[in-house]
Design a binder for this molecule. Structure first.
Ligand SMILES: NC(=O)c1ccc[n+]([C@@H]2O[C@H](COP(=O)([O-])OP(=O)(O)OC[C@H]3O[C@@H](n4cnc5c(N)ncnc54)[C@H](OP(=O)(O)O)[C@@H]3O)[C@@H](O)[C@H]2O)c1
Length: 307
């Protein structure tokens, strides 16, 4: 099978194709033929070897383990291990492999108890590959809160985490203000934002508004800034301080919300995986609204490397 691997830390050009033996499903494992994955901030961090913690985990000088990006993917169950009970060959599934990454590959094995569920009928593979990471993070940010009629400010609402945070808050009956570039405002209003602010045009930390909840889906808001427009009893939640608590049960709840038409997946763009470097450049440009999907081709004509 073919995989895409970061051969060293650096720009999109370090992502190269490679041949590897197809994994075999054993015990409780499913072998999934991957049809689509996505490009997320975590994939960019992995590829760049962005910080010391990341290098400590993945290799100080060059990436060793986890060098195949793609922490979420969708595909078809190709084969199952002898102890698998909940899935069968042919099932359409979506998965979050989290810190294990591995979605930029034609096949991947996961244990049936990991964060993997059957896809809702109303999603295609590209959409399903763009749900788990952002929606699970958004869910973690608000799962314990009661948001009916609460005034919520969402920073980074057009991003992979932010657009799901917006949809979940809208379902919960919150009164929502979003922060995003102006060209995203019409789309975010359709998703349920009552008011839209552009971070390039105004300093909203100076405004007389006060919010019950501030969600930082961008990951770089300072708590001391948020406090200035936060109700004294209000809460500040940020993706940067969040420990992932992804589970199969939570992903199933999100799949049920998709099936019920309560949340949707918004694709900004789709790239064939031969153009993975271009897809990463697009993600780095910041010029996106929603998700970047990567189509993993089963009929790929293998070449040793990108030029
Ligand atoms: N801890 C965890 O488990 C976890 C899980 C998921 C994500 N994360 C982190 O969450 C962060 C966001 O991830 P993502 O995948 O959603 O990223 P993304 O899709 O690239 O979205 C980032 C958003 O940030 C917004 N933004 C950029 N500059 C801004 C500014 N100056 N002020 C306000 N907003 C600004 C952008 O808004 P515009 O599009 O309007 O420019 C964009 O929509 C990353 O740091 C990621 O590592 C953490």
């Amino acid at each position: 099978m073919q995989i895409i691997k970061a051969h060293k830390y650096g720009g999109p050009e370090v992502l190269l194709r490679e041949e590897k033996a197809r994994p075999q499903a054993r015990g409780k494992q499913l072998c999934i033929q991957i049809m689509a994955s996505s490009v997320n901030q975590s994939d960019l961090h992995l590829r760049r070897g962005q910080n010391l913690l990341c290098r400590f985990k993945n290799g100080i000088i060059k990436p060793r383990r986890m060098a195949v990006p793609g922490l979420e993917f969708a595909g078809k169950v190709h084969s199952v291990g002898p102890q698998v009970t909940a899935f069968k060959a042919g099932d359409r599934v979506m998965a979050y492999s989290g810190a294990g990454f591995g979605g930029y590959a034609q096949f991947q094995c996961l244990n049936e108890n990991e964060v993997i569920v059957k896809m809702p009928e109303n999603l295609n593979y590209l959409e399903a590959a763009c749900l788990p990471y952002g929606a699970l993070a958004a869910w973690h940010l608000i799962e314990d809160l009661s948001l009916k009629d609460q005034k919520v400010l969402i920073c980074g609402a057009a991003g992979s985490v932010g657009n799901y945070a917006l949809q979940l808050c809208q379902n919960a009956g919150a009164e929502i203000t979003v922060v995003s570039r102006r060209n995203n405002h019409a789309w975010l209003k359709k998703l349920g934002a009552q008011k839209c602010l552009d971070y390039r045009e105004e300093n909203f930390w100076e405004s007389p508004q006060s919010y019950d909840l501030i969600i930082d889906a961008w990951g770089q808001i300072k708590a001391k800034d948020a406090q200035r427009v936060l109700h004294p009893e209000g809460q500040f939640r940020t993706v940067s301080k969040m420990k992932s608590r992804a589970s199969q049960a939570k992903l199933q709840k999100l799949a049920d919300l998709i099936a019920a038409g309560k949340i949707q997946v918004f694709l900004d763009s789709v790239f064939p995986w031969e153009e993975v470097q271009k897809a990463h450049r697009k993600a780095e440009s910041g010029e996106k609204a929603g998700h970047i999907a990567l189509k993993i081709s089963p009929n790929w004509n293998p070449k040793p490397h990108y030029n």
